[in-house]
Design a protein around this ligand. Structure first.
Ligand code: HEC
Length: 193
C-alpha cells in the first residue's frame, strides 16, 4: 500500500515538473514568435513605404505611365530587402499570374478573406515553416490611389494598356477599403539574431 502511494506521489511530482516545463516552453515559444513577428513587420515597413513612394512618383507622370510601378522589382525597393529575406505579394484576384498564391500562401489569404467577410480587423501573422524559416504575412487593403488601376471603372487607355500586358488580369473591380491581397515575407531562421 505504502509503495503504491510513494509511486503515485512520484508520478504526480513528475507530472508537475513536466507541466511546469511545458508552460515555460510555451511561454518562451510565444515570446520568440512575438519577437519574430515584430522583426518581420519592421523589415517590411521600409519596403512598403518605398513601394508606395515609387508608385506615387510614377502616377505623377500619368496612370498609363505608372503601370510598371506597382511592382516590388524596382532597385530602390529591392535594396530595402536585407540578406536572408524574401518578399512578395499575392492575391485572390491577381493581375500577374506569377503572383498566384502558392499552397502555402492560400491558407493565410483565405483567413484574411474570411476576416473581411466577418468584418473583423486583422493584422500581420507569423508562422514557422518546417524548414525553420519564418513566414510573415500582412493584408493589403485597397486605397483610393489604387483605384485607377484596380477599381471598377478604369480609363479606356489604362484598360487597354493593362490588357496588352496582362491578358488574364483579374485585379479590377476593387472598392476602397477592400482586401486587395497580401504581402508575404520569408525570413531565414536566424535572421536578426
Ligand atoms: C498605375 C497602375 C496601378 C496602380 C495605381 C496600382 N497598381 Fe497594383 N498592380 C498594377 C500592375 C500592372 C500589377 C501587376 C504587377 C506585376 O507584374 O507583378 C499590379 C499588381 C498588384 C498586386 C500583386 C498581385 C497581382 O494582382 O498580381 C497587388 C497586391 C497590388 N497591385 C496592389 C495595389 C495597391 C494596394 C495599390 C494602391 C496602393 C495599387 N496596386 C495601385 C497596377 C497598378
Amino acid at each position: 500500500m505504502k509503495k503504491v502511494l510513494v509511486i503515485l506521489l512520484l508520478l504526480l511530482v513528475i507530472a508537475g515538473i513536466g507541466y511546469y516545463g511545458w508552460q515555460q516552453y510555451q511561454e518562451a515559444q510565444t515570446r520568440l514568435w512575438e519577437e519574430k513577428a515584430q522583426l518581420a513587420e519592421e523589415t517590411l515597413k521600409p519596403i512598403k513605404l518605398q513601394f508606395k513612394a515609387t508608385l506615387m512618383n510614377g502616377l505623377q507622370q500619368g496612370v498609363v505611365e505608372a503601370i510598371d510601378y506597382c511592382n516590388l522589382e524596382a532597385p530602390e525597393i529591392t535594396e530595402k530587402v536585407p540578406d536572408g529575406v524574401e518578399v512578395g505579394r499575392t492575391s485572390h484576384k491577381v493581375r500577374n499570374p506569377a503572383n498566384e498564391p502558392t499552397d502555402l500562401l492560400q491558407a493565410p489569404l483565405d483567413y484574411y478573406l474570411e476576416m473581411e467577410r466577418l468584418g473583423n480587423e486583422t493584422s500581420g501573422q507569423i508562422t514557422q515553416l518546417p524548414s525553420g524559416e519564418w513566414l510573415y504575412v500582412e493584408p493589403i487593403y485597397t486605397q483610393a490611389m489604387c483605384l485607377a488601376c484596380h477599381g471598377e471603372n478604369l480609363a479606356p487607355q489604362v484598360q487597354t494598356a493593362i490588357n496588352d500586358k496582362y491578358p488574364n488580369d483579374k485585379a479590377t473591380g476593387f472598392k476602397e477599403g477592400e482586401l486587395r491581397g497580401m504581402f508575404w515575407l520569408k525570413l531565414q531562421e536566424d535572421f536578426g539574431e
